[in-house]
Write a protein that binds this ligand. Structure first.
Ligand SMILES: [Zn+2]
Ligand SMILES: [Zn+2]
Length: 333
């Protein structure tokens, strides 16, 4: 079968032939990929910034945001069931976090991740996963379930931010209006917070209109100090500035990853009881919370994020920066 991925020998992105996967354990399920989303991680992988092919291979098939259909059942799943795959797999031998089902908190860093580190992803026709690595998706969510993987990271970030705040947070600032920034905003609005989104887009940008219709306030100017600040630009200047945008008791949650030289405001953070924390990857509980929120969030805002394209145009999407927040490629189209 064909897949879109990276050749680590020639350092090129292309279409490659890989063997069809086979089930080798009782809990294994054969999946047909229905659609898959592209994100900044795929873009960085295509620049060979990180990523590792499966052991002994030179090709890594990309794709870690997928909606699939069961075509050979197992582990309690039936033919035709829709599923969203969890991405990270346990380190071996399992560390304490991986052993208790929290691979997102892996202690060794020796985990594998489908489409990123050591395992092929979903920019292909078929995949085999253990049923325990799949979240069943109700039919009612079929049109937005491809958002579950990025949403799982957002759910973890929001949960961590709220749990770390020692008071009663009322205001949130979201830095960045990419897919993670938009999903973070929609979840925070669900939790009843007043949300300001800070980003560089002009006020007539469709994603700004979407955020404002959903109930957030948007600014490209100086954002207000807030109880929770979510940094989702992944750029060093806004990440550094985020420390200055915290109210007393404020929590800064870093979702976008970047290194930035900064004079850490240690005294102020102590005196004002402030917290900074980082999150990556979502566990099953965050996928489940994501599915619950997808049911509640107005479908207009979720659909408004997604642009669907043909499967054949996948490489173009990976190599460009599309105007739409989330480009999803549909198998067979
Ligand atoms: Zn992604
Ligand atoms: Zn581990």
């Amino acid at each position: 079968m064909l897949g879109v991925g990276l050749d680590f020998g020639s350092r090129t992105l292309g279409r490659y032939e890989i063997p069809e996967p086979v089930r080798t354990a009782p809990g294994h399920v054969l999946l047909r990929v229905l659609e898959a989303g592209v994100c900044g991680t795929d873009r960085e992988l295509s620049r060979f910034r990180f990523g590792v092919p499966p052991a002994g291979e030179e090709i890594l098939i990309l794709g870690h945001e997928a909606l699939c259909e069961v075509v050979e059942p197992g582990g309690g799943l039936a033919n035709g069931d829709l599923v969203a795959p969890l991405i990270r797999r346990s380190c071996q031998p399992a560390c304490r976090s991986c052993a208790r089902g929290r691979r997102d908190l892996c202690l060794t860093g020796s985990y594998t991740e489908r489409g990123i580190v050591g395992l092929h992803g979903y920019f292909t026709e078929f995949a085999v996963d253990d049923a325990s690595d799949l979240l069943p998706v109700p039919g009612a969510l079929a049109d937005v379930a491809v958002l579950l993987e990025p949403l799982s990271v957002v759910e973890k970030a929001v949960q961590a931010g709220l749990a770390a705040h020692p008071g009663e947070p009322e205001t949130a600032l979201v830095q960045g209006a990419g897919p993670i920034g938009i999903l973070t905003t929609l979840v925070l609005l669900q939790r009843g917070l007043q949300v300001v989104v800070w980003s560089a887009e002009s006020s007539d940008d469709p994603r700004v209109r979407l955020l404002c219709e959903a109930g957030a306030r948007y600014t490209a100017g100086a954002p207000p100090a807030s109880d929770l600040v979510f940094e989702a630009t992944g750029a060093s200047a806004p990440a550094r500035a985020a420390f200055e945008r915290l109210n007393p008791l404020g929590v800064l949650v870093l979702i976008g990853a970047c290194d930035f030289p900064t004079e850490f405001p240690g005294v102020r953070m102590v005196v004002a009881n402030q917290t900074v924390l980082g999150v990556v990857n979502g566990a099953r509980q965050h996928f489940e919370q994501g599915a619950a929120d997808l049911m509640k969030i107005d479908r207009r805002f979720l659909s408004g994020m997604i642009a669907r394209r043909k499967w054949s145009e996948l490489p173009e999407t990976i190599l460009s920066v599309p105007a739409e927040p989330k480009v999803v490629h549909v198998a067979g189209a």
